[in-house]
Ligand binder design. Structure first.
Ligand code: SF4
Length: 275
């Protein structure tokens, strides 16, 4: 009997070449996603990747899985609908900090709360790269290098892990794109964990935040204290330096599964919306 061929990371890539700036952290995140999918040996046709708008939201085009490049900030509701209609698919959601925490911020809160079995990967570079360097929700208050906010924003940055924990995400982690294999390991765990998994990946924008090149190598080891206790995770976040990496929280809440997890025929779904 023939031994089935093991899929390599390359099997999950499309033929389209990324157009990111040389040195952009998103190349490594793309690579980490393909490594995680290969580790799990998921058939490419059983995976769908949904994104919003922004540099990192181009990722579905570079993958050989199913993909959907949606509208700005709306990747999570799109992915939620897809997962509920097709629960047998593994659904990943990819995007950046502007897309996910500004226009998409409301969806982020409710995706954590709903706990649908999705893996949300946010490539956080603390800037809007595609629209040429405006401050984003995770930009430091005293970042002085944007022409639009030459004296800094003066606004405290959004803390994605705090928001994810307080809103009910079932798996919460931070990775650093400079450690591709470490990122791939965290993504593998996130995909396997039931319910809503959130992974913040520090992914430098070398064009508008060149100082982020210093992220390389600063957090190669997993230094976050892993816990299943939300109180302990909250206490750890009080002293978080926003750069350490690892899995913070693994919750045991069952994933949201309407209709007992069975695929619902489209005509039946349509009936639920008849007035
Ligand atoms: Fe990457 Fe920044 Fe270039 Fe966008 S602008 S591709 S985030 S380096």
């Amino acid at each position: 009997m023939d031994t089935p061929t093991r899929l390599t990371a390359k099997a999950y890539k499309s033929d389209i070449k990324p157009v990111w700036c040389p040195g952009c952290g998103d190349y490594a995140v793309l690579s980490a996603i393909t490594k995680a999918l290969a580790e799990l040996q998921l058939p490419p046709e059983a995976v769908a990747v949904v994104s919003g708008i922004g540099c990192s939201s181009r990722i579905p085009a570079y993958l050989g899985t199913y993909g959907f490049h949606g509208v700005h900030g709306r990747s999570l509701p799109l992915a939620t609908g897809l997962k509920l209609a097709r629960p047998e698919l593994t659904v990943l959601v990819t995007g950046g900090d502007g897309d996910g925490f500004s226009i998409g911020g409301n969806h982020f809160l409710h995706a954590c709360r709903r706990n649908v079995d999705l893996t949300y990967i946010v490539m956080d570079n603390q800037v809007y790269g595609m629209t040429k360097g405006q401050a984003s929700p995770t930009t430091e208050a005293d970042w002085l290098n944007s022409k639009l906010t030459p004296e800094g924003t003066g606004i405290n940055p959004f803390h994605p892990l705090v928001v994810a924990l307080s809103s009910g995400a079932n798996f919460i982690a931070r990775a650093n794109s400079s450690d591709t294999n470490g990122t791939a390991r965290i993504l593998t765990e996130a995909i396997q964990h039931p319910g809503f998994s959130f992974v913040q990946v520090l992914s430098p924008c070398v064009t508008y935040r060149p100082e982020q090149r210093e992220w390389k190598g600063i957090s190669k080891t997993a230094t976050i204290q892993r816990t299943a206790d939300p109180g302990e995770a909250a206490r750890w976040l009080l002293q978080d330096d926003r750069l350490t990496t690892g899995v913070l929280y693994e919750g045991g809440r069952p994933a949201f599964r309407p209709h007992a997890g069975q695929p619902v025929p489209v005509p039946e779904l349509e009936q639920e919306f008849v007035l």
